[in-house]
Design a protein around this ligand. Structure first.
Ligand code: DON
Length: 570
């Protein structure tokens, strides 16, 4: 038996101290291997460049966001907005909300005609579809409050890409084809993004000197380089001259908000997710709590799928009824995310029968998202960023504001143009998400962190209304240990399915279900709608804090790149 000698007794407290504190304190040690996963190799390279130059995850996030604004002009940009979920190495968590805001002149019925009918395309195409951009303010905020490098240094790769150009890919072509008509309508957009008014060939180099100049102003002057002075003037004047509502005052008044993320425990894991004006965090909490209440971890095959579908149905229904910008409307967050409320909802899930959505009262269906963008970053110290950024539809509103090179968003379509009328993603909503001046449209963007006993996940994806169901399934996969040794790739790559309350159907990628599972789901009363394409572009980083290993995955559906960097990266 161990009997301490008088000498060792003397050192016992020191020994205990050393023992206690030699347990790895991850927050300080960091993962050693930084990682970046983004939707474009040039954006991942920009993140890498900034990490290698001594920047932290937040500087890298500025670099990746700005690079994506240049090389994915259809996905996000200075003319759009997004949510940057941050966790500092010492454990502080915050969401930087750079979501667009409705201009001061916006009204609830601005997309309806004299008869009160929604004008088709009005909230999607052209300058009047744009909210006041938030991304430039968010980048200045990230660099100023969290970064270690000057904003100008983190923006440098993007400025280079804008000047030197990037090559058109298949994805670019698909999305430009999809938006060809609206791009042709706006001469500045056609000039930059088309070749003689046609979709450019793969490999064509797209240079954006105007955008480079706007980025340089942001780099030199910070926030005011965009929201005041010549850029603001040009943006507002060109927008209004073409029928838009954004004024110089709207730009001057724009401010990012720091919001407390939604955090909840489920099955021994801590999930940190996006609060309103995103609906993502609330819906994730609801879905995962319902799954926990129904023993999802033990269910198998079609019964397991059925539980997830039914949980999605109920969470998307609550989204439609209750969610909106919490700066403007009361969102009953505590109730919606509580264990008890969701246990109640879960109790209404029949183990073998689908509940028709029509039996769930709500405001009164679907196309899918194809753009927007997500990236995940981890630095060597353990700082993390999950960011989902958007200009909404591919190439946003299709309108480039004068000589700013900025593609304006069409995020106003995320509001409810008329209660009960579905938006571009088939989402319905009510008063909570009605248009009001200065209000932020409800979003589905769901940048998310999950902390397990040993592993940490940074995850997110574009995909319109389907973002939430994709992220929920990835988180459920993590929390309930699906996928074995290749878990990360499994969560990112496996075929997807989705239910959003209305339309009342399971939309799914080809190959999502076996014949047997399909038959079992139909037997339960589910309607299956196979899509003719895949969706989403998930970017994820998984850090095993016990072993120090880091894995990163870019969705094979997209053209992105995930890189785990060398431990030598500063
Ligand atoms: O904020 C939202 O929920 C939408 N504007 C996101 C759009 C989107 O993800 C499009 N693409 N895939």
């Amino acid at each position: 038996m161990f009997r301490p000698s008088p000498r060792s007794q003397r050192f016992f407290p020191l020994l205990m101290f050393l023992l206690l504190f030699s347990v790895p304190v991850y927050a300080e040690d960091g993962p050693e291997q930084p990682a970046v996963a983004s939707a474009h190799p040039k954006a991942t390279a920009a993140g890498r460049e900034i990490l290698e130059a001594g920047g932290n995850a937040f500087d890298a996030a500025v670099a990746v966001s700005a690079a994506l604004a240049v090389v994915e002009p259809y996905g996000s940009g200075l003319g759009g907005g997004g949510f940057w979920l941050l966790r500092t190495a010492d454990g502080r968590e915050v969401m930087v909300d750079g979501r667009e805001k409705a201009p001061a002149a916006a009204t609830p019925d601005m997309y309806q005609d004299a008869e009160g009918e929604v004008i088709e395309g009005a909230s999607i195409n052209g300058p009047k579809a744009a909210g006041v951009p938030g991304e430039p303010a968010a980048l200045a905020h990230l660099a100023g409050e969290y970064g270690e490098l000057p904003l100008a240094e983190s923006l440098a790769p993007a400025i280079r890409y804008a000047r030197e150009g990037f090559a058109v890919t298949e994805r670019y072509r698909t999305l430009a084809e999809f938006r060809l008509e609206v791009l042709r309508r706006h001469p500045r957009a056609a000039e930059v993004f088309l070749a003689d008014k046609e979709v450019p060939e793969v490999g064509t180099v797209i240079r954006q000197p105007d955008l480079a100049r706007t980025l340089e102003r942001l780099a030199a002057e910070g926030r005011d380089g965009f929201y005041a002075g010549p850029v603001a003037r040009e943006l507002a004047e060109s927008n209004q001259a073409a029928g838009g509502l954004i004024t110089r005052e709207d730009l001057a008044d724009y401010a990012v908000e720091e919001r407390e993320p939604i955090a909840f425990e489920v099955a021994g894991h801590r999930v940190v997710a996006a609060p309103p004006p995103s609906s993502g965090g609330v819906a994730l909490a609801q879905i995962l709590r319902m799954l926990e209440a129904k023993g999802y971890g033990e269910a198998e095959g079609a019964a397991r799928t059925h539980l997830l579908i039914e949980a999605m149905r109920r969470a998307y229904r609550d989204r439609a009824v209750h969610l909106g910008d919490s700066d403007f409307v009361d969102v009953p967050m505590e109730r919606l995310t509580s264990r008890d409320y969701n246990a109640g909802l879960a109790a209404t899930i029949h183990p073998e029968k689908a509940l028709p959505s029509a039996h769930l009262p709500g405001p009164p269906a679907a196309r899918g998202g194809r753009n927007t963008t997500h990236f995940s970053v981890l630095d060597g110290k353990g700082n993390r960023v999950a960011a989902t950024l958007s200009i909404n539809y591919p190439f946003g509103s299709g309108f480039v504001a004068g000589d700013t090179g900025v593609v304006l968003n069409d995020e106003m379509d995320d509001f409810v143009a008329k209660p009960g009328e579905p938006n571009a993603y088939g989402l319905v909503g009510g008063e909570a998400n009605a248009i009001e001046p200065g209000k932020r449209p409800l979003s589905s963007m769901s940048p998310t962190f999950v902390e397990g006993p040993e592993r940490s996940l940074i995850v997110g994806t574009p995909g319109g209304s389907r973002i939430i169901s994709m992220v929920a399934r990835a988180v459920a996969g993590f929390v309930h240990d699906e996928g074995g040794a290749e878990a990360l790739t499994h969560w990112v790559e496996r075929p997807r399915y989705h239910h959003q309350y209305l339309p009342d159907e399971i939309q799914h990628e080809p190959g999502a279900f076996s014949e047997e599972e399909r038959a079992a789901l139909e037997e339960m009363g589910h309607t299956l709608a196979e899509m003719d394409r895949t969706y989403g572009d998930m970017q994820a980083v998984l850090w095993n804090r016990e072993t120090g290993t880091v894995k990163a995955a870019a969705d094979p559906r997209g053209e992105g790149e995930a890189k785990v960097l060398s431990p030598e990266t500063p």
